[in-house]
Design a protein around this ligand. Structure first.
Ligand code: AMP
Ligand code: MG
Length: 320
């Protein structure tokens, strides 16, 4: 029987009973548990095989709850929260004393956001506790943007995926931390850097592990398909290098199809980066299940969400 269901009351019962439920958000599906249940939080790490040094994002129902999660809110964080929440932006702030160490990997900061999905907001409003929810995929694998992706990963491990349809943004949140009250981007994501800078001015980006050991999740290899995947600006030349292979193409806006290509997915024929981002992971999931020899992915334009997508594609194709 499918574990995918729209029953919010069932989700409430499971979460209240310290169990996990996969929840829909506008970015990707999350694997959620009560932040105050050690049992539930340990299960999140075990189920994902996520290392304990990688802290979790706390999901809250509205900006009004923020002061129960964090102990300090810099002025620019207030402006960002009031502008972009509910939405695809995570703030990393000094933690409230009540937030368990296992959530923050022992750090004195906590990551928090108000997701923009009606089903999960309704769920959070009815729960007396916030939810910790990392992406609902095994560590290092492609993030899920449809309930079926989560079911495929975890049907033997969890009892329920709360069905909220396909994720509209389809790529993880943009993570912003603060040093001396000034914002720093730890992870590019579904909220474009340009939109943030239009509001609060120039922001530093430090999204590499070596630049910023404070964002322990920013590993070089991440979001990876099992099929060997190559990222290139010149798809046509790359195709010629693999004459005997079964090739799948992940293209931005135009076709490279020829006789050698088994499958091709074009992310946005309309040249729309938002549309492309929303389809990126679903396309990688699809290509990864076609028994291809290689996937050739086209590098996205280096603007707005194109930069966020390139970040994920670089990590998906990283080979040490
Ligand atoms: P995921 O929930 O799978 O999208 O991953 C959460 C991301 O948030 C990881 O990259 C973490 O490193 C990052 N994160 C969570 N908490 C913190 C924190 N306190 N400081 C810095 N980064 C954090
Ligand atoms: Mg993740």
């Amino acid at each position: 029987m499918s574990i995918i269901s729209k029953d919010i009351q069932k989700a409430i019962a499971l979460l209240t009973n310290e169990e996990l439920v996969a929840i829909p958000t506008e970015t990707v599906y999350g694997l959620a548990g009560n932040i105050f249940s050690e049992k539930a939080i340990k299960r999140i790490f075990e189920t994902k095989k996520r290392p304990f040094f990688n802290p979790l994002i706390v999901h809250i129902s509205s900006v009004d709850v923020l002061e129960t999660i964090v102990s300090e809110i810099p002025e620019k964080a207030k402006i960002l929260a009031n502008t972009f929440w509910p939405g695809s932006m995570t703030l990393v702030l000094k933690k409230h004393k009540d937030i368990p160490d296992i959530i923050t990997a022992g750090k004195d900061t906590v990551a928090v956001r108000v997701p923009n999905h009606p089903v999960t907001i309704a769920l959070l409003k009815q729960l007396p506790f916030p939810l910790a929810a990392p992406s609902a995929n095994p560590f290092n694998n492609i993030s899920p943007t449809k309930p079926e992706h989560v079911e495929r990963y975890f049907k033997n491990d969890i009892k329920m995926v709360l069905n909220g349809g396909s994720c509209i943004n389809g790529i993880e949140s943009t993570i912003i931390g603060f040093v001396n009250n000034e914002p720093i981007i730890y992870r590019l994501g579904a909220l474009a850097l340009e939109e943030i800078e239009a509001l609060i001015g120039k922001v530093e980006v430090k999204n590499k592990m070596e630049e910023n050991p404070d964002a322990p999740g920013m590993l070089d290899k991440h979001y990876s398909p099992l099929t060997t995947t190559i990222l290139t600006t010149d798809v046509a030349s790359e195709i010629k290098k693999h004459p005997t292979k079964k090739i799948g193409i992940l293209a931005f806006n135009s076709s490279f199809k020829n006789a050698e290509i088994t499958t091709e997915i074009i992310l946005s024929k309309n040249n729309d980066l938002k549309e492309a981002a929303s389809k990126l992971y679903a396309a990688l999931h699809e290509l990864d299940h076609l028994s291809l020899d290689i996937i050739i992915a086209e590098k996205m334009p280096e603007i707005g969400l194109g930069n966020s997508m390139n970040d994920r594609l670089q990590r998906a194709t990283f080979r040490p």
